[in-house]
Ligand binder design. Structure first.
Ligand SMILES: Nc1ncnc2c1ncn2[C@@H]1O[C@H](COP(=O)(O)OP(=O)(O)OP(=O)(O)O)[C@@H](O)[C@H]1O
Length: 818
C-alpha cells in the first residue's frame, strides 16, 4: 500500500480540517456568548427541592458584612439606594455584562437582576472565586448532603438567546431545621419567593449575622451608668428608628450630622436615626470623652436584630399557619383578626402573650393555637377557678374531635393533674398541690388571665413558674396584663421569653424608673413606656382593642360561663338534690309542679352564691372597671353587695325597694364615675328605663325564665350611645335548675331572633350542646319548665310572689346557718 496521498486526497483532508476548526470555533463562540449574556428564559416555575414539603422555613442569606443578600455566595453590599425597584439600573447592569466578554471577571462586579426589578450591586470589586462550581466558597462546601436550589440569573428578558446552559445567579441549599421542618437558605429571587409563598407551611426567618449581633450586644455590655459628664440615652421610638436624648454638645451634633439617616424634630428638639446607623453612631459617640450615652438595651438589640442590618422581616410578612389538621368547626369560625392571632402565635413558635381586649375571643384563639401543637399534648390550662368549667365547655364546643373523657377538670387536691389529654386547673388549686405534682411536665400550656402571675412572691406565681419553664409552648391570655405599673409585666415576659430580661433589675432600671432609696430599690415607677410597648409587640405580645376590630364583631356577644356548685356546704347540697328529686317525681296538678320548680330555682340561687362572688371578684381583679350584675333573688343581691362592701369596691344597687326618685341619681353616679363601679341590679325591677351604657359588660348571676326580660336587661348597656360591642355573660351552674332554664331561654331567644326581636348569637346549638341533656329524666324536667313558664306568662306575678315569700322564710334559716 502506498503512503503517498494524491493531491485530491490532501485537498479534501485540508478542507475537512478547516470545516472542523470552523465548527469548533462556532461552538466555543456560542458558549462564550451564552455565559456572557444572561441566557435562558425562566418561563416555568422552578421545581422546589424534592424534599418533603410539608413544613419549611425560609432563610434569607445575608453577606458577612451583614447588610445585603448573598448572591453567588459572595459578600455583596447594597448600593447606596439599597434594594429597590429600578428599571434604569437594571438596564445598565445588562449593558455592563454585554461589554464584558469574560464571565469569570464579570462575576465580581456586575449588577445582577433578580426577578426583573431588584438590583444588587457590589460596592467594591470582589476577588475572583476559585470554586469550580462557580465561586460560592464555603457556602457550597457545607451543602454536600442537601439539595441545592439553583436559579437562572434573570427571568425571561433574554429568551432569544440559546438557553443551553443558564448561568446560575442565585444558589441556595436545603437544610434540616427544627423538628419536622427543613429550611431553604437562599439569596433573594422574586420567582423563588413566589414559589415559597405558595407552600402552606412556609415560615420566614431573616438570617442573622452572628458577628454583627455580637458586636451590637457588646455595646450593651460595656455600658455602666456614668458618674459625671454629659449623659444621654438611646431610646427606640419606632420599629426602625431610635432617638438619642442628650443635651447640647458640639461634637455630638457633628457626629449626628455624619449619619445618613439623621432627622431633627424641631418640636421635640430631638435627633433620631434609622437603626442601620446605630452601630456607627455609637462608635463615634464613644470617642467623645465628655459624653456618655446609654445604649439601647440588650433585649431591644436582640428583638430587633434584623432591623440593624436592614434585613428586617416586617410584621405584615407573618405567614399563614397551616391549620388543616385542626377541627374545621374551629378554623372555619375564626374571625379574620383571630386568624391573624393564630398566625402570630405560630410565627412566635407558640410562645406569646395574647392581650386582646375582653370579649375578643382569646379562648377560641388559644384553643386553636394549642390545637396546632396537638402532637405535643397533654395540654394544661391554668385559669381562675370561676372559669374552669367554661374552659371545658369551650374545648367541647370548638374541638368536637376530642372525646369527652379526654378533658380533665381538676377539682380536688388528690385528683390527677395529667389524666386527660386536656387538663384544666385553677391557679389556687395548682398552688395547693404544687409539691404533689412537682414532676409534672406539660409541653403546651395555656395560662388564662395571666395577670394573676404579676407578683412573683405569690403562691400562684411560684407554682406556675416551674411549669412555665418546662413548657415548650406558652400561651398567656390577659386583657389587662398590667393594671398599674410595668413591673407587673415582668413575670409574664419571663414566662414567654426567659432570655429577654433574665434579671428583673435590668428590666426595672429601664422600664420601672428604678430608684435606690435607703430601704433598697423602688421599682414602682415607669419609664420608657413607648419603647417597652414596641419591644413587647415585636417579641411576644399581640393586643387588639375592640375599636380596632369593631367591624368584625357582633354588636352584642353572649357567653355562657359554666360555674360549679361543688364547694357548697352539705345542707345546701342536700336541699338542692332533694328539690331536684322532688321535681322528677310525678305531680298531681300544675300548681304542685310549679311549686316544685320554684323550690328548685330558689335553692339554685343559694347554691350559686359562692360561684357568683368568685366570678365577680375575678372580674374586678382582672381590671374590669364598670359592669352590671343582674340577679333575681334578694338573697343573691344582698350577698353581692355585702361582699363588695367587704372588698371596699364601689357599687350602686337598684332593686324593687329603690324609690324611683333615687334611681336616676344612682344611674348618674354609675355613668359618670371615673373609677371602677359595679351596678347590682334586680332582673325584674331594674330591667327597664335605665341607661347605663358607660359599661359594656353585663353579667347575669342568675337566670330568669323570660328571655324578653333578659334582653331588656341587656339593653341597659346595649343602647344608643354605646360605642363598643357589648359582652353578656350568663353564669350557668351545672347540677341546678339552670340546667333546665338555660335550654329554655336559649330556645326562646332563638325564636325572638327569627322574628328579628333579639340580636342573639346563641343560635349555634354547639354553643350549649352540653346543656341539652340526653338523660330522659332531665329532659322531662326541662319540658316541665317549658310548660310551666311559657304557656301562661300571666302566672309570672304569682311565681315572683311565691319566690319572694320563700326568700323571706329561707333568709332567716340561711342567716342562722351561715
Ligand atoms: N369566632 C367566633 N365565633 C363565634 N363565637 C365567638 C368567636 N370568638 C369568640 N366568640 C364568643 O365570644 C364570646 C367571648 O369570647 P371569649 O370569652 O373567648 O373572649 P375573651 O377575649 O376571652 O374575653 P375575656 O377577656 O372576657 O375572658 C364567647 O361566648 C365566645 O364563644
Amino acid at each position: 500500500m502506498s503512503n503517498q496521498l494524491t493531491a485530491e486526497q490532501t485537498r479534501k483532508i485540508e478542507e475537512n480540517r478547516r470545516k472542523a476548526l470552523e465548527r469548533r470555533a462556532q461552538r466555543l463562540g456560542q458558549i462564550a456568548s451564552s455565559n456572557n449574556q444572561t441566557s435562558g428564559s425562566f418561563s416555568s416555575t422552578p421545581e422546589p427541592p424534592k424534599a418533603n414539603l410539608n413544613t419549611c422555613t425560609l432563610i434569607r442569606v445575608t453577606s458577612n458584612s451583614g447588610s445585603a443578600p448573598k448572591l453567588l455566595g459572595l459578600p455583596f453590599k447594597q448600593d447606596s439606594a439599597g434594594l429597590k425597584p429600578n428599571a434604569s439600573q437594571s438596564n445598565s447592569s445588562r449593558e455592563t455584562k454585554k461589554t464584558n466578554p469574560f464571565p469569570q471577571a464579570d462575576r465580581g462586579a456586575p449588577a445582577l437582576s433578580s426577578g426583573g426589578n431588584l438590583v444588587v450591586k457590589p460596592r467594591t470589586p470582589v476577588p475572583p472565586c476559585t470554586n469550580s462550581v462557580g465561586g460560592a466558597g464555603s457556602f457550597y462546601k457545607q451543602a454536600n448532603k442537601c439539595p441545592v436550589v439553583q436559579l437562572p440569573s434573570s427571568s425571561s428578558n433574554f429568551s432569544a438567546v440559546p438557553a443551553k446552559k443558564p448561568a446560575i445567579s442565585v444558589r441556595g441549599k436545603c437544610l434540616p431545621h427544627t423538628e419536622g421542618r427543613f429550611r431553604v437558605e437562599v439569596g433573594y429571587h422574586a420567582e423563588l419567593i413566589a414559589v415559597f409563598k405558595s407552600i402552606p407551611s412556609k415560615n420566614y426567618a431573616p438570617a442573622r449575622d452572628a458577628a454583627a449581633l455580637t458586636a451590637l450586644l457588646k455595646l450593651c455590655n460595656g455600658w455602666q451608668k456614668p458618674g459625671a459628664g454629659l449623659q444621654g440615652q438611646c431610646v427606640l421610638v419606632s420599629p426602625t428608628k431610635f432617638e438619642v436624648d442628650v443635651s447640647y454638645n458640639a461634637d455630638v451634633i457633628a457626629a449626628f450630622k455624619l449619619m445618613p439617616t439623621k432627622n431633627y424634630d424641631l418640636k421635640t428638639r430631638k435627633w433620631s436615626f434609622s437603626l442601620e446607623d446605630y452601630r456607627r453612631l455609637m462608635d463615634l459617640l464613644s470617642k467623645i470623652a465628655a459624653v456618655e450615652v446609654e445604649p439601647l438595651p440588650r433585649a431591644i438589640v436582640q428583638a430587633f436584630s434584623a432591623r440593624f442590618d436592614g434585613t428586617e422581616a416586617r410584621s405584615s410578612d407573618i405567614p399563614e399557619a397551616d391549620l388543616s389538621s385542626i377541627d374545621p368547626t374551629l378554623t372555619c369560625s375564626l374571625m379574620p383578626f383571630q386568624r391573624e392571632g393564630v398566625n402570630f402565635a405560630v410565627s412566635k413558635q407558640g410562645r406569646l402573650l395574647l392581650a386582646d381586649d375582653m370579649g375578643l375571643g382569646k379562648t377560641v384563639q388559644a384553643i386553636c393555637i394549642a390545637a396546632y401543637y396537638r402532637s405535643e399534648w397533654p395540654l394544661l390550662v391554668v385559669a381562675p377557678s370561676s372559669v374552669r368549667f367554661t374552659w371545658a365547655e369551650a374545648f367541647r364546643r370548638w374541638l368536637p374531635s376530642l372525646s369527652d373523657d379526654s378533658i380533665n377538670v381538676v377539682v380536688k387536691a388528690k385528683d390527677s393533674l395529667q389524666s386527660g389529654l386536656v387538663n384544666i386547673i385553677s391557679y389556687d388549686l395548682l398552688s395547693r398541690i404544687e409539691k404533689q405534682h412537682s414532676g409534672s411536665r406539660f409541653s403546651v400550656l395555656i395560662m388564662d388571665e395571666s395577670h394573676f402571675l404579676k407578683n412573683m412572691k405569690t403562691a400562684r406565681c411560684k407554682a406556675a413558674l416551674p411549669l412555665l419553664k418546662a413548657a415548650k409552648r406558652v400561651i398567656l391570655l390577659s386583657g389587662t396584663p398590667a393594671m398599674s405599673r410595668p413591673s407587673e409585666l415582668y413575670t409574664q415576659i419571663l414566662a414567654v421569653r426567659p432570655l429577654l430580661f433574665p434579671r428583673f433589675h435590668e428590666f426595672g432600671l429601664r422600664y420601672c424608673d428604678a430608684k435606690q432609696s435607703t430601704w433598697g430599690w423602688d421599682y414602682s415607677g415607669s419609664s420608657n413606656l413607648g419603647e417597652l410597648k414596641l419591644l413587647l409587640e415585636e417579641s411576644l405580645m399581640l393586643r387588639r382593642l375592640k375599636s380596632d376590630v369593631l367591624a368584625q364583631l357582633p354588636a352584642k356577644q353572649r357567653k355562657v360561663v359554666t360555674v360549679t356548685t361543688d364547694s357548697i356546704n352539705s345542707r345546701i347540697k342536700a336541699a338542692l338534690s332533694a328539690a331536684a328529686k322532688q321535681l322528677s317525681k310525678g305531680h298531681r296538678n300544675k300548681k304542685e309542679e310549679k311549686e316544685a320548680l320554684l323550690v328548685f330555682y330558689n335553692h339554685t340561687a343559694e347554691a350559686k352564691l359562692q360561684a357568683i362572688m368568685e366570678y365577680i371578684t375575678d372580674m374586678l381583679e382582672g381590671g374590669r372597671e364598670k359592669f352590671l350584675v343582674f340577679a333575681h333573688h334578694k338573697l343573691v343581691l344582698d350577698h353581692i353587695t355585702a361582699e363588695l362592701e367587704k372588698k371596699n369596691a364601689s357599687y350602686i344597687r337598684i332593686d324593687g325597694s329603690t324609690p324611683s326618685a333615687e334611681r336616676q341619681q344612682l344611674c348618674e353616679k354609675f355613668q359618670f364615675s371615673t373609677n371602677s363601679c359595679v351596678a347590682v341590679l334586680s332582673i325584674t325591677a331594674a330591667n327597664m328605663g335605665l341607661t347605663l351604657h358607660s359599661a359594656d359588660l353585663v353579667i347575669f348571676a342568675e337566670l330568669f325564665w323570660n328571655p324578653g326580660v333578659l334582653i331588656q336587661a341587656e339593653d341597659r348597656v346595649h343602647r344608643i350611645g354605646q360605642t363598643n360591642n357589648v359582652n353578656v355573660h350568663y353564669l350557668v351552674a351545672k347540677g341546678s335548675a339552670d340546667d333546665h332554664l338555660w335550654p329554655l331561654i336559649q330556645e326562646k331567644m332563638n325564636v325572638l331572633e327569627q322574628v328579628g326581636l333579639s340580636e342573639s348569637n346563641l343560635s349555634d346549638n354547639a354553643v350549649n350542646a352540653s346543656f341539652h341533656s340526653k338523660d330522659p329524666t332531665q329532659r322531662r324536667i326541662t319540658e316541665m319548665f317549658q310548660r310551666s313558664f311559657t304557656e301562661d306568662d300571666g302566672d309570672e306575678a304569682v311565681l315572683l310572689e311565691a319566690a319572694s315569700s320563700w326568700e323571706e322564710a329561707e333568709n332567716h334559716s340561711v342567716k342562722t346557718t351561715a
